[in-house]
Design a protein around this ligand. Structure first.
Ligand code: HEC
Ligand code: HEC
Ligand code: HEC
Ligand code: HEC
Length: 519
């Protein structure tokens, strides 16, 4: 099984948390009760983000696969989506991985988490199926292809599950649009009308889209991978939308026609806020779970809310973040939310530029952070404050959505603006902008987010300028990538040197970008 990093208790504090963690490892989370039934065919587990989504009715990916629909066509052209998904998208194999050795280890360890004797195989565990499959009850009998080619029909949930994360996981149940969505009256509808009248998810809307990805890549109240599951062997989440969109292992089955060359920059900025809102909603659910009078209690504070490297250390003797990450840290304080929210203060400062409104507020998030960064956070206060923060962040997104519904290319970015942003992100990593400054912005968790942000801005700037990446910039970003990429067989960086990351970031503040190259 891949290793994360060595766990080194330090300074008594970690022992205190360590004891908590060990206790929580034996506790049970009601969200993970064994063999959960699939949700009904009409359940929605994705954030609605201001849309009155029509309840979906699921039909299964097979209904999209006809050669004349999405199962034919030239690779890369409209109509070939099914083939791209089957061949070049790990989502089509998401159910399959539940049979691999790693899943067997996780399933075995889950028994400890749940304190049950029975080992439920991962492919039958409701929690795993929620993110690794379309785990819904088929509404009625659906046609399936059989080995003999004879049409047959079955109505087992497994028919949907075996397809993994499939068309309807991201586009909504097809029952209310399958027969009409290619006809002119439907095609002339707006994205909002398609979503609200027919349940076709508004994936064109970048805020909705990223919150949808994050529902599985960050998790939410219905589907939560917490520290118990990471410790059981699940890979850690490190989601940044543009980074995932561009992963070599993944081929999107569409082209971004609605957006211009600066797509990456807009998707990055909106993606930060949409991912953060899902992370805050997940915290709300975790905090509410503890308050329910259920035994055994859900883990609290949930360790996965904090920077992993506050407690875990990589094996390199030069690998400690500790002297670099804290400024005047109070005893017992751990940095919260770094993997998903480190850049929000910068985005707030530039709210107008990104279309979030003039001076959008971040005060409620700052309050939540303070609540979480004391040693024994009050779950009741945290749950309440999370709701307030959710509204704050959704207000940002809705201001952008309103403008973007009129013009999807809103707001436009110039190469000069992108260059400035690139430098500001590098500078932001090197400072501390919280009002009480207990932690520096850069730590082992936020380093990944800073890297993803810089590469997103670099890609956007290069596309806008139409020039190649300058050699120095390429060298520095490559060195940064090496620092944060775990070696094969590891989930955490093994040979990371925080001081080297610091050095690279300082250089990146003045390395020329493509548009600054002299002809
Ligand atoms: C909140 C959604 C969620 C839940 C719940 C979940 N997973 Fe995952 N899982 C993911 C995502 C997302 C990835 C991909 C992570 C990445 O590469 O960034 C993943 C990756 C994995 C991988 C690595 C796959 C590979 O190709 O290497 C395994 C194995 C795995 N999950 C098993 C499980 C098992 C077993 C369970 C149930 C105990 C489970 N997962 C529950 C979302 C989830
Ligand atoms: C992991 C999420 C995900 C899955 C799984 C998925 N899609 Fe998509 N799909 C998207 C996103 C995001 C877009 C781009 C947004 C848009 O244009 O609406 C998109 C775009 C499309 C488009 C528009 C293409 C274009 O060029 O305008 C079609 C058609 C489509 N998907 C069909 C499918 C089919 C068929 C399947 C199953 C074989 C599928 N999708 C599976 C997320 C997904
Ligand atoms: C229903 C849950 C779900 C949704 C929604 C979802 N994913 Fe995933 N995603 C997964 C799971 C589970 C895996 C792991 C699959 C595997 O390893 O085979 C995964 C894997 C991936 C990978 C491969 C990661 C790697 O390390 O190679 C990429 C890239 C990815 N997802 C991008 C996206 C994007 C972009 C979106 C939104 C448009 C999205 N996903 C929406 C569940 C989801
Ligand atoms: C407050 C301290 C603390 C934080 C923060 C923390 N962990 Fe842990 N972690 C522990 C302790 C204590 C153990 C050993 C007990 C257990 O398994 O729960 C552990 C065990 C683990 C293990 C299994 C043992 C190993 O080293 O391979 C993994 C994997 C893991 N943690 C991943 C993570 C990830 C990923 C994060 C960040 C999302 C994280 N941890 C955050 C304290 C912490």
């Amino acid at each position: 099984m891949p290793k994360f990093a060595q766990f080194i208790p330090f300074m008594g504090l970690a022992l205190y948390f360590g004891a908590l963690a060990l206790l929580s490892f034996g506790s049970s989370d009601p969200a993970m009760s064994a063999r959960e039934a699939p949700i009904s065919s009409t359940g929605i587990r994705v954030p609605k983000l201001g849309y009155a989504l029509k309840e979906p009715v699921f039909r299964g990916a097979v209904s999209c696969a006809a050669a004349s629909c999405h199962g034919g066509g030239q690779p890369g052209k409209v109509g070939s989506e099914y083939n791209t998904w089957i061949e070049k998208d790990p989502h089509s194999r998401a159910y399959g991985v539940l049979f691999n050795d790693q899943s067997k280890v996780i399933a075995r360890n889950m028994r400890l988490v749940k304190r049950t004797a029975e080992i439920v195989p991962a492919h039958k565990e409701g929690l795993c199926l929620k993110c690794h499959a379309l785990n819904v009850e088929p509404p009625d009998r659906v046609p399936v292809e059989t080995a003999t080619g004879e049409p047959s029909s079955v109505s087992s949930p497994e028919v949907f599950a075996v397809q993994g994360v499939s068309c309807e996981s991201c586009h909504g149940g097809a029952g209310n649009y399958l027969t009409t969505h290619f006809q002119p009256p439907f095609l002339s509808k707006t994205t909002r009308e398609k979503a609200e009248q027919h349940g076709l998810y508004p994936t064109k809307d970048l805020a909705f889209r990223v919150a949808l990805c994050a529902s599985c890549h960050v998790g939410n109240e219905h589907q939560d991978v917490n520290h118990d599951l990471f410790a059981a062997g699940h890979p850690p989440f490190r989601f940044e939308y543009t980074g995932y969109h561009n992963k070599p292992a993944y081929q999107p089955h569409w082209t971004e026609k609605a957006y211009g060359d600066d797509f990456e920059v807009r998707a990055w900025a909106i993606g930060q806020v949409a991912t953060a809102r899902d992370a805050v909603d997940r915290l709300r659910a975790r905090a509410e779970l503890v308050q329910r009078d259920e035994k055994p209690k859900a883990p609290w504070p949930e360790l996965a809310e904090y920077s992993c490297f506050a407690c875990h250390k990589n094996l390199n003797p030069k690998g400690s973040w500790l002297p670099l990450t804290t400024t005047n840290r109070a005893p017992g304080a751990l940095a919260w939310g770094r993997a998903t929210m480190a850049l929000l203060p910068l985005l707030a400062e530039k709210g107008e530029l990104f279309g979030f409104g003039a001076k959008p507020k971040l005060t409620e998030l700052d309050e939540l952070r303070k609540l979480m960064e004391i040693p024994r956070p009050d779950s009741e206060k945290v749950a309440k404050q999370s709701k307030t923060v959710l509204k704050e962040l959704d207000d940002w997104l809705m201001r952008w959505q309103q403008a973007a519904e009129r013009n999807p290319r809103y707001p436009p970015f110039s190469p000069e603006q992108i260059v400035r942003l690139f430098r500001e992100v590098a500078s932001h990593a090197l400072t501390s902008d919280t009002s009480d400054a207990k932690f520096n912005n850069l730590d082992g968790d936020s380093a990944v987010l800073y890297f993803d942000s810089l590469t997103a801005l670099e890609r956007g700037e290069r596309k806008c300028s139409g020039k190649p990446i300058p050699a120095d910039l390429s060298k520095n970003l490559e060195a940064f990538r090496k620092q944060i990429t775990p070696p094969p067989g590891y989930y955490g960086p093994r040979d990371q040197e925080p001081s080297e990351i610091l050095r690279i970031l300082k250089q990146l503040k003045s390395t020329p970008l493509s548009s600054e190259l002299r002809p």
